[in-house]
Design a protein around this ligand. Sequence first.
Ligand SMILES: Nc1ncnc2c1ncn2[C@@H]1O[C@H](COP(=O)(O)OP(=O)(O)OP(=O)(O)O)[C@@H](O)[C@H]1O
Length: 322
Amino acid sequence: MRSPKSPVLAINGLVKDVGPLPTLDGRMLRVVSDVSLVAGRGEVTALLGANGAGKTTTIECAQGLQKRSGGSISLLGQDPGSAGADLRSRVGVMLQEGGLPPSARPLPLLRHIAGMYRNPKPMDEVVERLGIDTFSRTSVRRLSGGQKQRLALAAALIGNPEVLFLDEPSAGLDPQSRQLVFGLISELRDSGMGIILTTHLMDDAQRLADYVYIIDAGRNVAEGTVAQLLQHQTPEMTHKGHVRTLHFEALPGLDFTGVLPAEVEIRETRAGSYSATGALTPDDLAALTAWWAQHGVMPGSMSMEARSLEDVFLDISGRDVR
Ligand SMILES: Nc1ncnc2c1ncn2[C@@H]1O[C@H](COP(=O)(O)OP(=O)(O)OP(=O)(O)O)[C@@H](O)[C@H]1O
């Protein structure tokens, strides 16, 4: 595990049991068995995991909303399980949809939340920045999904917290709002806030995260910067190539058997549209183009890309739906 200069959150060997559950004959169910992570000031730390991996449970234990069964948690140097109002006033939490009171109106709600903090941000600044002025008098229940999401972010940061927990911050946002929210998160990070982002949207993590923890079935399975994770190789990718995906369009039904090494997977994703993924070397590219030349194949288009964080995530946590 890394050690940032100024940690805001450190979780060590977190365990969480729930129950007793009637479906387990009254036994407890271990939903988090061993999660550790560190998040630093002035950084975005992302916690990634498939549905049911244990992200929400981990974060709720970190916020002191759930009691942990084992391990240790330090949030701004205090144990969130026993800390009081002082710690809460230094932490901002973005609730998922449904967490905002349906009959409240945005401005009075934000004013009420700001009143609970010692050093809130100027209300006008937050309202204007997140474009809340355009719907400030509409009740929460009548807001669109994206408007609710922007209001939830405003509610989380109006108190000017030192640590900000964000849960799927771009869910339901149109491209304009997404740019706005991403820009704001980057600014908050640069101003020194420690931001912990929980998501299964790889694109958000890839664009925002300084450091990523991937958890699966209640335990850590991988961690690193996005660049480090993109270097992840599966055991089958043994030779020293660069992990890439090559896309090209050509005649349908071509048989590339034996053209590329067995560890490079070549698939016809739809008629005449091919992708080759694996640790590709310049020699592999030469072999492929030589084969095209030999068979008189002229591709209609071709492009190559490094693997995405989503590919790495699927390699690590498997492709089965949970
Ligand atoms: N009180 C509970 N009783 C029974 N099972 C529970 C309870 N709390 C959590 N779980 C189970 O623990 C696992 C982890 O849940 P958690 O909500 O932390 O996952 P998650 O990673 O946040 O998933 P998602 O991305 O779907 O929100 C899930 O399988 C969930 O069903």
